[in-house]
Design a protein around this ligand. Sequence first.
Ligand code: BG6
Length: 533
Amino acid sequence: KDESTVSITVVGASGDLAKKKIFPALFALYYEGCLPKHFTIFGYARSKMTDAELRNMVSKTLACRIDKRENCGEKIDQFLKRCFYHSGQYDSQENFAELDKKLKEHEVMGVWVSTLTEWIIPFRLSDKNITFDYWSQMDTALLLSEDIPSKGGRVSNRLFYLSIPPNIFIDAVKCTSSSASSGIGWTRVIVEKPFGRDSDSSAALTKALKQYLEEDQIFRIDHYLGKELVENLSVLRFSNLIFEPLWSRQYIRNVQLIFSEDFGTEGRGGYFDNYGILRDIMQNHLLQILALFAMETPVSLDAEDIRNEKVKVLRSMRPLQLEDVVVGQYKSHTKGGVTYPAYIDDNTVPKGSLTPTFAAAALFIDNARWDGVPFLMKAGKALHKKRAEIRVQFRHVPGNLYNQNFETDLDQATNELIIRVQPDEAIDLKINNKVPGLGMRLDHSNLNLHYAARYSKEIPDAYERLLLDAIEGERRLFIRSDELDAAWALFTPVLKELEEKNIIPEYYPYGSRGPVGAHYLAARYNVRWGDLG
Ligand code: BG6
């Protein structure tokens, strides 16, 4: 029976990510019975808030796949009782020491309280007469806690989720590790991107982090790795005989990694302008997918074995060249009487900003498996559709007997595997098929696995998977520092060049398919984007 406690502190608790993703994911995990028995959640931020106000905030923003289920209300109440708040500065050792004290109180009493609240009496933490302040006066209990591990007793583990802007990041890590880390259990820190802006700043961040934490305490999150279809990539490749033998330059013509959103940077222009789409989406989310897609078979499913293979493939890649990049920025567009704003209309974006909100790029892996195969990436905001997908276009069938029997000759006999990460998760395989009838006509048909039709189970949000993994100490889906270095090495030179040369982006209307330059880039490598239909 595990009597250890886990305290999860969301640093930056009043921010957007915490409200939209972290608290809802924690609740979903709680609902599904995935959180450890003795857990406490703390929100930490600068704003002044009481526990009750935090609970109110969390309950209002609790929009997740679970919160509309029947009987959910009771679970929400129980969950909220485990949520507390501490207000403090991100660079104050003193404030973190106060947090530490509160965490200790909960760790000591948590086991009793969680038992009481759930099983014995409807013990209301919010009742005025019995609060944690009451327990906190029990110094003896605190003393006891120090004695517990030596008796083989309860271990208190702490997970900190740093959801704060990069400029205060290191200060917060320093305070966490020196004033609030667990003395008698593990301390882990989840860090959100951006992990720097280029190779140098990322290396400096890693160096600073490692002053306070060991690499195995750092969980660099890339939430795309927690998406169901991204996690499934390895299963598809390594547990099906039919794919892996085809997974190379011999059979694959090109691979496309496509990300698009049908909304702009609304409200996030200030952050976004500092980074742009290449850093916001390509260097991390799409590159991570590419690494999983292209890596060699790992020795095992252990985190280190998988990450070793990912690093190898990233290190085999050629740094992105300026001529292999097209950048764009959305401009205002009126449709159906509605005017959609341009990127630069956002008043948090500096006037005349050249920051790309769209990019297309061609990348190459110089190893035996992938030599010469273009990996095309395309990512953009304010496009016509929201989607994320991987498209694998296979080579033509040599000497195809049926070349004459296609309705059109465009891309005839080309198989395509489409892994739709979102929305409507699916795996489609385009095959050539005889159109039923007395004639001999062929068309492209789909073998499809549509998750909504095949599985009745809801797909967990990426943050649920990743938070659970961090609690369980599973590092497979988190980024190791050498992976990060390799990823930056590929993008830093071109980012510098784009900025130094003030390359003007190609303007595209809000809600369109993006700049036409993306098609010219693909055409240079004899590729046609697969998402045109
Ligand atoms: C984030 C980016 O990492 O991912 C955002 O900073 C982007 O700009 C978001 O909107 C997309 O995530 P998802 O899960 O909604 O596809």
